[in-house]
Design a protein around this ligand. Structure first.
Ligand code: APR
Length: 232
C-alpha cells in the first residue's frame, strides 16, 4: 500500500493560500481566535465569518484541482497496489480530481457538524449562529466540520493501521509543523516503509525521510506518479 499525506502546499497552485508561507492565513489571523474551541466560544460570529469566507472562495469558479491533485487521482486509478490519500486540507480538490480513497483528518470546509446530535451535513452556504441542523432541527448548535487546534484529528485508527502496513509513505506540500500528521513519517518508517517528501522546500521534518524532491507540486507530483506507474 502507498499512503500519501497531503497539506496546504498541494492546493497552493489552485489559488488557496497556505497557512505558514509568507502571505499565508496565519500571518493575518490568530490561530487562538479562529481555530480553537475557545475562540469559537468567545466570538462565534468571527469564527463563522472566517470559514464563510474560505468556503465562498473554495466554491468560486476559478478554484479547481491542479496537476498534482489530478496525478494522485490517476495513481489511485492505475496503480496495481492500493493507494490511500490522507489529507490535512479541508478543501475538496482531491475529490474533485477523482480521488476516492481519501481521509480528511482535519475535517471538511463544505460540511457542518451539529454539537447537539453530532450529525455531519453537507453545507455550501454561509453559516450563522441561528441556523438549524438539517439532521435534528436544533438551532444554534452548528459549527464548521473543521478540526481545530486542541481537538483530536479524525480517522486516527484507520490512519495508524495504514501507516503500520504501508510499503511507501509520501508527504506532499506540508510544512511538518502540526502533529499528529508531522509524526506519520516516523510511524511509517519504524514499521518498515520507504519514505519520501515532495515539497517546495525542505520541511522542518525533512531529515526524517529517506528521500526528498523539491519544487512545485504541479511539476514534481506528476513526475513522481509517472515513475511509480512505469515501475509497476
Ligand atoms: N508546491 C509544493 N509545496 C508547496 C507549494 C507548492 N506550490 N507552495 C507551498 N508549499 C509548501 C510550503 O513550502 C510549506 O512547507 O507547503 C507547505 C505548507 O505548509 P503549511 O502552510 O504549514 O500547511 P500545512 O502543513 O498543510 O499545515 C498543517 O496546520 O493550521 C493548520 O489545520 C491546518 O491542516 C493545516 C495544518
Amino acid at each position: 500500500m502507498i499512503v500519501i499525506l497531503t497539506g496546504a502546499g498541494i492546493s497552493q497552485e489552485s489559488g488557496i493560500a497556505t497557512f505558514r508561507d509568507s502571505g499565508g492565513l496565519w500571518e493575518n489571523e490568530s490561530i487562538e481566535d479562529v481555530a480553537t474551541p475557545g475562540g469559537f466560544a468567545r466570538n462565534p460570529a468571527r469564527v463563522l465569518d472566517f470559514y464563510n469566507q474560505r468556503r465562498k472562495q473554495l466554491l468560486s469558479p476559478e478554484i479547481a484541482p491542479n496537476a498534482a491533485h489530478l496525478a494522485l487521482a490517476r495513481l489511485e486509478r492505475e496503480s496495481s497496489e492500493p493507494v490511500l490519500v490522507v489529507t490535512q486540507n479541508v478543501d475538496n480538490l482531491h475529490e474533485c480530481a477523482g480521488t476516492s480513497n481519501l481521509l480528511h483528518m482535519h475535517g471538511e470546509l463544505l460540511k457542518a457538524r451539529c454539537t447537539a446530535c453530532r450529525g455531519v451535513s453537507q453545507w455550501e452556504v454561509d453559516m450563522s449562529k441561528s441556523d438549524a441542523c438539517p439532521k435534528c432541527g436544533t438551532t444554534g448548535k452548528l459549527r464548521p466540520h473543521i478540526v481545530w487546534f486542541e481537538e483530536m484529528p479524525l480517522y486516527m485508527d484507520e490512519i495508524e493501521q495504514a501507516l503500520e502496513s504501508c510499503r511507501l509513505f509520501v508527504s506532499i506540500g506540508t510544512s511538518g509543523n502540526v502533529y499528529p500528521a508531522a509524526g506519520f513519517v516516523r510511524s511509517a518508517r519504524s514499521a518498515g516503509a520507504q519514505t519520501l517528501e515532495l515539497n517546495l522546500e525542505k520541511s522542518v521534518g525533512a531529515s526524517a525521510f529517506h528521500d526528498g524532491r523539491y519544487g512545485k507540486a504541479s511539476e514534481i507530483v506528476p513526475d513522481w506518479v509517472d515513475e511509480v506507474l512505469s515501475r509497476q
